[in-house]
Design a protein around this ligand. Structure first.
Ligand SMILES: [Cu+2]
Length: 276
C-alpha cells in the first residue's frame, strides 16, 4: 500500500507499476482516513472512502513493456529557491469572522477592488497565515510556485490581536507582526512537495506556510489572428481556497500585475512587519 496526502485540487504525478499484478487484480484508490477537513478539527462531512478502481484485465499489446523504469526517469527540476533578504513578502491571513464564520483573506471581502500590485517579472514570498483549526488547499492562478517552508504559530494569540487590530481600524503600525507569534523554527516542505512546481498547496492549521513565487510573468505573446490577445496591464488574477464552500464564502482575493516599474499606489499589504 502506498499513502500520500493530497488536498482538493492538488495534483500529483504518480507512476504505478502494474506489471507484476496478476490478471484480474483490482486496485482501489481510497481515502484512507481523512475526514473533511484534514488535517484539522474532527470532520463534519461524510468520508468518501472509495475514489477510483483500476482493474487489470488486458494483456500488454505489442510485446514487451517499453516504458522507462521510474528509477531511470530524468524529470525536469524546478529552479532552485533563492530567497534574498529583500525579496518582497505579502501576508495573507485566513480570517474567519468571529460571529458569522465566513472566511476571507485579510478580512477583506472578495468583491473589494484589488489592493495588491505586483511588478511583472518580480519574485515574491507569500505568507499564508492560518490561525484556524482546519487546513486549506490554497490555489494561486497564473503562476507556479514552490513551498518554501512552514512555521508553527501561537494561533490564539495572533487571532486575538488581529481582531483587536481590525476593531481598532486597521492602523498600519498596529498590525500584528507575524515574527512575534512564531513558536518554532521553520519546517522544510514535505518530502513529496519539495523541489516541485505547484499551483495548489496545503495551508496547515495554526501555521504560516510560505510559498516562493519565482516570476510573475503573464503571457505577453500576441496572437496575430486575435486582436487584443496578449496581456494588457494592469492584469488582475485571483487566489483562493479550493474548498468550494470556502472560496464561495469568501476566501478568494484578486491581485494585480503591473508593468515593470509601475508599482501601484495603494499597495496596502506588502511588506508590513518585515522591516525591509
Ligand atoms: Cu478553505
Amino acid at each position: 500500500m502506498l499513502n500520500f496526502l493530497i488536498s482538493p485540487a492538488e495534483r500529483y504525478d504518480l507512476i504505478v507499476d502494474f506489471s507484476q499484478m496478476p490478471m484480474g487484480t483490482n486496485i482501489t484508490l481510497t481515502n484512507y482516513h481523512a475526514p473533511v477537513h484534514y488535517p484539522g478539527m474532527p470532520g463534519m462531512g461524510p468520508v468518501i472512502s472509495e475514489i477510483m478502481q483500476f482493474r487489470v484485465t488486458k494483456r500488454l499489446s505489442g510485446g514487451a513493456d517499453r516504458t522507462t523504469p521510474p528509477k531511470k526517469l530524468k524529470l525536469p527540476e524546478p529552479a532552485p529557491i533563492e530567497p534574498k533578504p529583500h525579496t518582497r513578502r505579502r501576508e495573507w491571513v485566513t480570517y474567519q469572522h468571529k460571529l458569522f464564520g465566513t472566511m476571507t483573506f485579510n478580512a477583506v471581502p472578495f468583491m473589494e477592488p484589488s489592493q495588491e500590485f505586483i511588478e511583472a517579472g518580480s519574485t515574491e514570498i507569500w505568507e499564508y497565515i492560518n490561525p484556524n483549526h482546519d487546513a486549506h488547499p490554497m490555489h494561486v492562478h497564473l503562476v507556479n510556485f514552490q513551498v518554501l517552508n512552514r512555521q508553527p504559530m501561537d494561533a490564539a494569540a495572533y487571532q486575538a490581536d488581529y481582531e483587536k487590530w481590525l476593531d481598532g481600524g486597521r492602523k498600519p503600525d498596529d498590525r500584528p507582526v507575524l515574527a512575534n507569534y512564531l513558536t518554532g523554527p521553520p519546517i522544510p516542505p514535505d518530502p513529496d512537495e519539495a523541489r516541485s512546481d505547484k499551483d495548489t498547496f496545503k495551508s496547515y492549521p495554526e501555521t504560516v506556510t510560505r510559498i516562493f513565487i519565482q516570476e510573475f510573468s503573464p503571457p505577453t505573446d500576441t496572437i496575430a489572428s486575435i486582436p487584443g490577445s496578449g496581456t494588457e496591464f494592469p492584469a488582475t488574477y485571483v487566489h483562493h481556497c479550493h474548498i468550494l464552500e470556502h472560496e464561495d464564502d469568501d476566501l478568494m482575493r484578486p491581485w494585480t500585475i503591473v508593468r515593470h516599474g509601475d508599482r501601484g499606489v495603494g499597495d496596502h499589504n506588502a511588506g508590513h512587519g518585515h522591516g525591509h
